[in-house]
Ligand binder design. Structure first.
Ligand code: CMC
Length: 393
């Protein structure tokens, strides 16, 4: 290939040095700043995870209180922004609304768009983490035609988010602590995943010096696709389409058929060639949520568990090392929590925001950072002379 290495899909190109997240795909290991995801999800909460990802160490009690206070201070959005929503159709996909609203933040918070100023970078980071739940909940409320619910700063991060999504002015809403803990854990599991497509998008956008709000909006756009964040929505839609355990063999056969574009959504991963450690925790969380809600038989859970069993013992999936990924069980859990499928990827974007911000901050603070500018292998026409329109056939 002459001067450049041709690496479609960047399967063997490291785009940066990073100290944030480590994945060993063969072992099925995921570490946030060195801590195994299992331990972070079991012992920590989401804002502690945010602190860890942003600053590299677990906070002391005093540091944590200060961080929670500083994030919580920024939960409101500019009142004029609330009127932005009215410009969208009610039936717009909430991810379309998220792309627009998050991009618009840079039009409202001018005092945190100068990326050369560390203080402004810090305020932009806190604002993004604080405002994403508010914007996501508003996108949901707008979608279902209910009035916006303002944040409650006396609640913790996940509980406040459930409150903004599910409370209505006409009756009292009490956040169920078991469900809030499950929501928080889902946020932790999605918080970062090193140089995936959306994170690389954020870094690439940021490498030109674009402001952080615009960079995160770019990440949201990339996350939307069904091969990435959109897979949780696609996985649940697929489980519903399969409908019953009896239909599984037909779908397994389709997934294996080279002439059929169908893939088992929620299966396979570019890096994990072993069970996705997040999927294991997600499966446990899923059972906890269903038990708390008294859902004894969820037909989709039956389909999911049977599908997993069959796939894991099938030669095709074994040879290609295709295992369930995080999205396989997240959809069933989110649906049980009360979210429609259209909100699934929005929740992913909310949780991944801290990862995007931490990676963006690391890049901006790296003195060796250059603008991201891949090369290409040109395969088009050789040089030729322009034909006037009258002479073209
Ligand atoms: N069902 C059936 N076959 C599959 C699947 C699947 N879900 N995933 C990969 N394969 C096959 C694929 O056909 C290919 O076969 P062959 O080598 O014979 O051509 C082989 O496995 C390798 O697949 P690939 O597409 O070259 O692998 P990739 O690393 O480019 O793609 C992936 C990774 C996640 C995009 C892919 O596995 C996929 O499309 N999975 C379904 C969507 C999904 O669940 N995405 C969520 C990923 S985790 C969360 C996130 O990142 O947002």
């Amino acid at each position: 290939t002459g001067m450049f290495t041709y690496d479609p899909g960047f399967t063997s190109t490291a785009s940066c040095e990073s100290k944030i997240t480590y994945i060993d795909g063969n072992e099925g290991t995921l570490l946030y700043r060195g801590y195994p995801i299992e331990q972070v999800a079991e012992n920590g909460d989401f804002l502690e995870t945010c602190y860890l990802l942003l600053y590299g160490e677990l906070p002391t009690q005093a540091q944590k209180e200060d961080f929670v206070h500083r994030v919580t201070y920024h939960t409101m959005i500019h009142e004029q922004m609330t009127r932005f929503f009215a410009g969208f159709r009610r039936d717009a996909h909430p991810m379309a609304v998220m792309c627009g609203m998050v991009g618009a933040l840079s039009a409202f918070y001018h005092d945190s768009t100068d990326i050369s100023d560390p203080h402004q970078r810090m305020i932009a980071s806190l604002r993004m983490i604080a405002k994403m739940p508010t914007i996501a909940a508003m996108a949901y409320k707008y979608h279902i035609g209910q009035p916006f619910v303002f944040p409650r700063n006396d609640l913790d991060y996940a509980a406040n988010f459930l409150h903004m999504c599910f409370s209505v002015p006409c009756e009292e809403y009490k956040v169920n602590p078991v469900l809030a803990r499950a929501m928080d854990r889902i946020f932790i599991l999605h918080a970062d995943h090193e140089q995936n497509a959306s994170t690389s998008t954020v870094r690439l956008a940021g490498s030109s010096g674009a402001n952080p709000f615009a960079c995160i909006a770019a990440g949201i756009a990339c996350l939307w696709g069904p091969a990435h964040g959109g897979a949780n929505e696609a996985a649940l839609t697929m489980l519903a389409e399969i409908g019953s355990v009896d239909n599984i063999p037909e779908y397994i056969a389709r997934a294996k058929d080279k002439n059929d574009p169908f893939r088992l959504m929620g299966f396979g991963h570019r890096v994990y060639k072993n069970y996705d450690p997040r999927a294991r925790i997600m499966q446990k969380t899923c059972h906890e949520v269903l038990a708390e809600l008294g859902i004894k038989d969820d037909p989709l859970l039956d389909v999911a568990m049977e599908l997993e069993k069959i796939a894991l013992s099938d030669d095709y999936f074994v040879e290609k090392k295709l295992y369930p990924n995080i999205d396989f069980y997240s959809g069933i859990t989110l649906r049980a929590l009360g979210f429609p499928t259209t909100m699934f990827t929005v929740l992913f974007s909310l949780a991944r925001t801290v990862g995007w911000i931490a990676q963006w901050k690391e890049m901006v603070e790296d003195p060796s950072q250059k603008i991201g500018r891949p090369r290409q292998l040109y395969t088009g026409a050789a040089q030729r002379d322009y034909t006037p329109i009258g002479q073209r056939r």
